[in-house]
Design a protein around this ligand. Structure first.
Ligand SMILES: Nc1ncnc2c1ncn2[C@@H]1O[C@H](COP(=O)(O)OP(=O)(O)O)[C@@H](O)[C@H]1O
Ligand SMILES: [Mg+2]
Length: 238
């Protein structure tokens, strides 16, 4: 903090890499062109500091989901660099480990496994990690308490409201303690009250230290983030 020239948003990537992950997310001159020629991201530069809560807004089709998919390592940029927690995704070998440990993902449709209980839906993403089955159970119960769903452990997803299902999806995204939570229109199917409760939860995990990147076309909801990034036709609009 003593060096006034070291703004976290303008420090060059080389310094960032040396000093550890000062940024949770860095996009440098990122272009994404889909087969067929649509340019979904048109030379995007964006830096998100650790512990920031950023909302990306803009009309349908402006490139929000594409941006989120690149940060989640679900897709590659056509050109440019994407770094998450100081790691360059374009040169990273083990993307599956990255997806499992570095980021938590929440989508508009919750994608819970329909035949598994709420508890099992959370435990399942911890298979193959260092946790014993007992530790997985304890962690899942703790997470359900955090998202205020204690008592619903043995329900099936179909026996929950939309807002409750989405809270299970958030608990699942948090299970492996990611440093970055990525959410794409997580409130898109919810009524306003349920949407506000989801935002309460994002605020809470952000206050606990997690970086949150939320994509939403709902500008009012976006005002609850620390910073709003507006997109228009594949570019940042201020
Ligand atoms: N897999 C794809 N193949 C081709 N074009 C796509 C694909 N995914 C998205 N697009 C196009 O890229 C643009 C940005 O889409 P998207 O990132 O989904 O926007 P948003 O999430 O803001 O609605 C749109 O024009 C969309 O039609
Ligand atoms: Mg989208």
């Amino acid at each position: 903090m003593s060096d006034p020239s070291s703004s976290p948003v303008t420090a060059p990537p080389s310094r960032q890499a040396q000093s550890g992950a000062r940024f949770a997310v860095e996009l440098c001159d990122v272009v994404k062109r889909y087969p067929g020629g649509v340019v979904a991201l048109d030379h995007i530069d964006l830096a998100i500091a650790e512990h920031e809560f950023v909302a990306v807004t803009g009309p349908s089709g402006c490139g929000k989901s594409t941006l989120l998919h690149l940060v989640a390592a679900l897709d590659h940029p056509t050109s440019g660099t994407v770094r998450v927690n100081g790691q360059d995704l374009t040169t990273m070998r083990d993307l599956s480990s990255f997806r499992r440990h570095e980021v938590g993902l929440v989508f508009q449709l919750h994608n819970l496994l329909p035949r598994l209980s709420v508890l099992a839906n959370i435990e399942v993403v911890m298979y193959g990690t260092h946790r014993s089955s007992r530790a997985r159970r304890e962690r899942a119960l703790e997470l359900l308490s955090e998202v205020e769903l204690s008592g619903l452990e043995y329900r099936l997803p179909t026996q929950l409201s939309g807002g409750e299902r989405q809270r299970v999806a958030i608990a699942r995204a948090l299970a492996n303690e990611p440093r970055l939570l990525l959410a794409d229109e997580p409130t898109g199917n919810l009524d306003p009250d349920a949407a506000q409760r989801i935002m309460d939860l994002f605020e809470k995990v952000n206050a606990d230290g997690m970086t949150v990147l939320l994509v939403t076309h709902d500008e009012k909801l976006a005002t609850r983030a620390d910073r709003i990034v507006k997109m228009k036709a594949g570019r940042l609009a201020g």
